[in-house]
Design a protein around this ligand. Structure first.
Ligand code: COA
Length: 377
């Protein structure tokens, strides 16, 4: 049976960016206005004053310095604090389709593949712009790919779960090559009025192309050595937005948005991800020290450093586990793939690496890869 490889990757980065200072200035203007408006109630003790946010806290607690977004003005307007996007009709392409096509084309170019070589598209991310028709089918059409396409969602682990799904499909002979695409518009589910989380997310789209080694046209690719997934139910990272909201007899909150118990998540997920990586490597006879690179989920810098220190029992370097969350923030499922895309070229033949995602669900997903050189026929 032919090996299955990642032969291409791509990242679409929105052209707009927001620094921590810009975000905090807007948030603090909102806080100032709210407190002034509720002055009398605050003085009477019937309303809690809102607390200001700070750049120092954000950078120390998370490592995030800025984020890319698909709209700046709506987010930074203290009267709105939400992206402002024009509605797109049925005759227009969806935003997630446009992002997906841009990232997918890069992955296809890197892999020297055209639409006729690909049999399936999986769009996998935390939030879909609409329930149906599937965004993946729209992307398939836009790229001119025949075969099948579907959407899936397992929040921050959507990319790794989709990679395993694609690998299984190729392994079973149901497709020669599959595009896995992660268009994350996290700014649209983020509550920019919530001090605990207003700084967390950014927008981006990633893509990887998986295929059978014997179909592969690129020389330097990554063999998928093994994949492993795990889930455990938790509501510590939660988004209650859904199609039943409008049916609820009690008036639902105006908007159901992301919320999390950040500290609990940190404490519970660090050991979970560390042990998951360790045990998966052991199943393949790989010691943590054999890893040339660890492309981790990008939610929190301190979290990633702790996972790697626990895994390796020593101080770790940026070279071993690169960071992209400083400029991209948390981009849900796309984070570890951005990291892979930007930091894989320097690996040598036979070097080993692991892509690991973790987050809502809870979910953890691993993809162990080895750099290989494909013989040209
Ligand atoms: N500015 C200033 N202070 C803030 C603040 C802000 N924006 N947000 C919270 N604070 C305050 C809190 O009120 C608290 O004050 P207190 O000590 O007086 O009660 C203090 O800072 C610490 O808050 P806490 O929420 O405990 O911070 P933290 O160190 O846990 O960092 C996260 C918060 C969210 C950055 C961190 O918990 C995290 O990243 N967790 C992992 C999340 C994760 O991986 N999620 C996956 C999602 S996909």
């Amino acid at each position: 049976m032919a090996r299955i490889v990642i032969s291409g990757s791509g990242v679409y980065t929105p052209p707009l960016c927001i620094s921590n200072k810009e975000l905090v200035d807007s948030f603090n203007t909102y806080v100032h206005n709210f407190n002034a408006e509720h002055d009398a109630d605050i003085a009477a003790g019937v309303c809690e004053p809102l607390q200001q946010s700070s750049v120092e806290f954000i950078e120390k607690a998370s490592g995030i310095k800025s984020r890319y977004v698909i709209d700046r003005d709506g987010i930074l307007d203290p009267e709105r604090m939400c992206p402002s996007l024009p509605e797109r009709g049925r005759d227009q392409s969806s935003i997630q389709c446009d992002m997906s096509v841009a990232a997918a084309r890069q992955a296809m170019e890197q892999a020297s593949k055209n639409a006729a070589d690909i049999d399936a598209v999986i769009v996998s991310c935390s939030n879909m712009e609409r329930p149906y028709p599937a965004i993946a089918v729209e992307v398939q059409e836009a790229l001119g790919i025949e075969g099948f396409a579907f959407d899936m969602n397992i929040a921050c682990s959507s990319a790794t779960f989709a990679i395993q799904t694609a690998v299984d499909s190729i392994f079973r002979g149901n497709a020669r090559a599959i595009l896995v695409i992660n268009p994350e518009i996290c700014s649209a589910h983020l509550n920019f009025r919530d001090r605990d989380s207003h700084f967390i997310f950014g927008d981006v789209c990633t893509a990887v192309l998986l295929e059978r080694e014997d179909c592969c046209s690129a020389a330097n690719v990554f063999e998928v050595v093994g994949t492993k997934l795990s889930t455990t139910y938790s509501t510590n990272i939660y988004n209650g937005f859904g199609f039943l909201n409008r049916t609820m007899r009690e008036k639902p909150e105006a908007a159901k948005l992301f919320r999390q118990e950040g500290r609990k998540v940190f404490k519970e997920v660090v050991p979970m991800a560390t042990e998951f990586i360790r045990s998966h490597l052991a199943e393949h006879g790989i010691a943590p020290d054999d890893l040339r690179r660890v492309w981790l989920h990008q939610a929190n810098l301190n979290m990633n450093q702790l996972i790697c220190r626990k895994l390796l029992g020593r101080e770790i370097s940026e070279d071993l586990t690169p960071t992209i969350l400083d400029t991209y923030a948390n981009t849900a499922s796309a984070g570890s793939i951005i990291c892979y895309h930007k930091y894989h070229e320097d690996l040598k033949d036979q070097d080993l690496g692991i892509i690991c995602s973790f987050g809502a669900g809870y979910s953890v997903g691993n993809v162990i890869v080895r750099r290989i050189t494909v013989e040209k026929k």
